[in-house]
Design a protein around this ligand. Structure first.
Ligand code: PLP
Length: 400
């Protein structure tokens, strides 16, 4: 439509949301569908956090707040960064938005000009390249390999950097692969960045707490303090605190950037929901022990998925360190035929046929920039997950 802005033509709807909607529609039509598309924990928000929200409503915390966060939440975020990441930020260096996604959006919109390049290791979270495109800049995907655990090598980073590079978007543990970089692996990348002072790091630490088998999380500015002045450390309460619907995300970074992001937010959404901000104060300051309990369940589910998927014909599934995703390759099923006579030419065919034949909704890898593969979110009931893996085995077994 000529009426629409050119920028809209540059972006597409999120593939993960599309799959979730399709699964929901099939379910509503009476089909037995197991949805493994959505990236959100199936656990409920802990009671102490809900109670803090109720108390905030009763106290009348129902008005506009400071645009980029109430002081109490900024203090809680500063304390979190100090306690968990060894990073010192002042409240004036903190931005709170409506989900990590808005904070990311603000940061990219506030910094990118046409011609700027943003390095994004692939597979990537679908929103990174599209927000960069919306800002009129150029996403530069650096494709990783399954054999390297889907982690970017320092040489690949070095090669992708040009004079136009503005940001590296770093995401560990990763959506969609679950790959998480060890301290040494982070250091190998920050060593490259030290040599290129014009490149900034936007580190998306959203899945920080979701790591298994004694894996230790490190964020770039912690590993290489000399990058502190050119790092935006992004995080949020959605995943670890089971608060996806509350919509609170935050970042710490240089004051001039935080200010620019607040200006942008002041002309778009204004403050994030006041009640959700108070709930987030409790999330960050309150008891943290449920995270370990949830992680024990997530780890069990990850192990179940990896074991069962590796028994499916034509599927190879590496075991990731974190998040709640696995990213199996379905290369071994390509060019094979379904009982209905459809030849699988792409991973999109694979996920479409899997949904049609077995009622299992997953997202095709090409949407995340690397296929043929698919992403499974294992943040769903263990029994449903087991049944879904059984159906995937049956689907793969039916291919000729
Ligand atoms: C890697 C990554 N970053 C950021 C987000 C945004 O989270 P939210 O906007 O719910 O805080 C998500 C959500 O799926 C994610 O997977």
């Amino acid at each position: 439509m000529a009426f629409l802005a050119d920028s809209i033509g540059r972006i597409k709807p999120s593939a993960t949301i599309a799959v979730t909607d399709k699964a929901r529609a099939l379910k509503a039509a009476g089909r037995d569908v197991i949805g493994l598309g959505a990236g959100e924990p199936d656990f409920d928000t802990p009671d102490n956090i809900k109670e803090a929200a109720v108390a905030a409503i009763k106290r009348g915390e129902t008005k506009y707040t400071a645009v980029d966060g109430i002081p109490q939440l900024k203090e809680a975020i500063c304390a979190k960064f100090k306690r968990e990441n060894g990073l010192t930020y002042k409240p004036s260096q903190i931005s709170v938005g409506t989900g990590g996604k808005q904070v990311l959006f603000n940061a990219l919109m506030a910094t990118l000009n046409p011609g700027d390049e943003v390095i994004i290791p692939a597979p990537y979270w679908v929103s990174y390249p599209d927000i960069v495109l919306l800002a009129g800049a150029k996403p530069v995907a650096v494709t990783t390999r399954m054999e390297d655990g889907f982690k970017m090598k320092p040489e690949a980073l070095e090669k992708a950097i040009t004079k136009q590079t503005k940001w590296l978007i770093f995401n560990s543990p990763s959506n969609p692969t679950g790959a998480a970089y060890s301290r040494a692996e982070v250091k190998a990348l920050t060593d490259v960045l030290v040599r290129h002072p014009h490149v900034w790091v936007l580190t998306d630490d959203m899945y920080e707490h979701l790591v298994y088998d004694d894996f230790e999380f490190f964020t770039p500015a912690q590993v290489e303090p000399s990058l502190y002045e050119r790092t935006l450390t992004l995080n949020g309460v959605s995943k670890a605190y089971c608060m996806t619907g509350w919509r609170i995300g935050y970042a710490g970074g240089p004051e001039f950037l935080i200010k620019a992001m607040a200006t942008l937010q002041s002309q778009s959404t204004t403050n994030p929901n006041a009640i959700a901000q108070w709930a987030s104060v409790e999330a960050l300051n309150g008891p943290q022990d449920f995270i370990a309990r949830n992680n024990a369940v997530f780890k069990e589910r990850r192990d179940l998925c990896v074991a069962m998927l590796n028994q499916a014909n034509g599927i190879k599934c590496p075991k990731p360190e974190g998040a709640f995703y696995v990213y199996p390759s379905c290369a071994g099923t390509m060019e094979r035929r379904t009982p209905g006579g459809k030849t699988l030419a792409t991973d999109e065919d694979f996920v479409t046929e899997l949904l049609e034949q077995e009622g299992v909704a997953v997202v095709q890898g090409t949407a995340f920039g690397l296929g043929p593969a698919f992403r499974i979110s294992y943040a769903t009931a263990t029994s449903a997950l087991e049944e879904a893996c059984r159906r995937i085995q049956r689907f793969c077994g039916s291919l000729q």
